[in-house]
Design a binder for this molecule. Structure first.
Ligand code: UGA
Length: 430
């Protein structure tokens, strides 16, 4: 079976490489020639642990090729995955422009009946619409077997998630499409949820919305813990060990970022409002997340009512560890707030490079964390990179001007920091 992935973002690229690794003949297509030529050379243009090596192996095995020629790509493949982006519009509704373009491209070049699998996260009802767009563009020359197959990959552990999923969701009532899905995932051994395309779309949104809910719930509890001198890290542990609740996504801190949770929560809220069925809980989830950085900065202001002229070291720019993705990373609104208040901001991240526009505003980036903390009045941790846990904090005491740590990810050992005479606080944890 010859498989095409349309859209070489992190989901498309990861899944293309992983399916090639499973022995399929896979092609990756993108309109961005730079992405394609870098992938053809075996160079991954984003950071994802384990993917680079697998990409090289599959290119050498000739299981995997990349192209920017849509006609040949559509004509010569049997199964077409759509993995293009669905960004948020101003009002929160997902923008289906790229999905529509992919559908029209399939429709123009289709030369026989094919299976089209939507892996992009799309609003409920979209897979049906995509089928119609293909049908219009092809003027109904060939039938398409439509399937919705949501992805559950976390950036930073996408390869492991793709190889060992908790479940595979297959939304389709088309027999030929379902048969193709069985062939594609024949080497996977996990529960399969077979359902309609609409239900598969809802499973994806509900999964992300529920994980976001767990995070915001714990973040709200963390604020209360601050007032009651309760340790939220222990609360998360004690609560999470109940197998009905589960320990994942109960880690309190600065909240969720990235290209998925904020966007998918917005889209689900938009859909619910459009159907006059507002999702009250999810609205609050979003509000807690949006107000968490201000709540955290309030703690800094308690110690430093004015940050003007203060040297603030901000550790971490990525929206989470093990990725170079900064989309919706909380580090940036925090950095903006600090620069607006005329603080002197020094940043460090193990892999993310600040854009020139930030540097032009006077923000300084150091590649060595010890350089970054030299002379600091305040250290703020925004991303829970393991490197920060492993820092020699005793050495840091000799480098900073004042010993203040505001840990937005509750990642350091509070007792140890206090032993080193730091003023240390996290969120619901100090
Ligand atoms: C998320 C989902 O976890 C994936 O299952 C899904 O496929 C993906 O979105 C998507 O829709 O494409 P991702 O955004 O890569 O994956 O990252 P997560 O590990 O889920 O983290 C999201 C945010 O939540 C990060 O900012 C992280 O720091 C934060 N988080 C996570 C917490 O604040 N606390 C936690 O306990 C867990």
């Amino acid at each position: 079976m010859k498989i095409l992935f349309i859209g070489m973002g992190y989901v498309g690229t990861t899944m293309a490489v992983v399916l090639a690794n499973a022995g399929h003949e896979v092609t990756g297509l993108d309109v961005d020639n730079d992405k394609i030529s870098s992938l053809q050379k075996g160079e991954l243009y984003f950071h994802e642990p384990g993917l680079q090596t697998m990409l090289m192996t599959q290119l050498q095995n000739k299981n995997l090729t990349f192209t920017s020629d849509p006609k040949e790509a559509v004509e010569t493949n049997d199964v077409l995955f759509i993995t293009v982006g669905t960004p948020s519009q101003q009002d929160g509704n997902a923008d289906l422009t790229y999905v529509k373009k992919a559908a029209q491209m399939i429709g123009s070049f289709i030369n026989k009946t094919k299976t089209v699998i939507v892996k992009s996260t799309v609003p409920i009802g979209s897979t049906e619409k995509i089928g119609e767009w293909i049908h219009e563009a092809s003027q109904g020359r060939f039938a398409v077997n439509m399937v919705m197959n949501p992805e559950f990959l976390r950036e930073g552990s996408a390869v492991q998630d793709a190889l060992n999923p908790d479940r595979i969701v297959i939304g389709s009532t088309n027999t030929a499409g379902l048969d193709d899905m069985k062939t594609i995932y024949k080497s996977w051994d996990c529960p399969i949820v077979q359902t309609t395309t609409r239900t598969a779309e809802m499973i994806k949104y509900s999964s992300n919305a529920f994980l976001a809910t767990k995070i915001s719930f714990m973040n709200e509890i963390a604020r209360l813990c601050d007032q009651l001198q309760v340790n939220v890290r222990d609360v998360s542990k004690g609560v999470g060990l109940d197998h009905r609740i589960g320990s994942a996504f109960l880690h309190a801190g600065l909240g969720y970022g990235g290209s998925c949770f904020p966007k998918d929560v917005k889209e689900l809220l938009w859909t619910a409002d459009a159907y006059q069925n507002p999702l009250q809980i999810l609205k609050e989830v979003e509000t807690v997340n949006q107000t968490q950085p201000d709540y955290f900065l309030g703690k800094v202001r308690e110690k430093y009512p004015s940050l003007a002229g203060k040297k603030v070291t901000l550790l971490g720019l990525a929206f989470k560890p093990d990725t170079d993705d900064t989309r919706e990373s909380v580090s940036f609104p925090i950095m903006k707030q600090l620069t607006d208040e005329k603080a002197q901001v020094i940043v460090h991240d193990p892999i993310v490079q600040l854009s020139p526009s930030w540097l032009a505003q006077g923000v300084i980036q150091h590649s060595d964390p010890y350089e970054a903390v030299k002379g600091a009045d305040v250290i703020i941790i925004c991303t829970n990179w393991p490197q920060y846990e492993e820092l020699d904090w005793k050495k840091v005491t000799g480098l900073v001007r004042h010993r203040f740590i505001f840990d937005g990810r509750n990642m350091l050992d509070a007792q140890e920091m206090k032993r080193l005479n730091f003023y240390y606080t996290g969120i619901g944890y100090s």
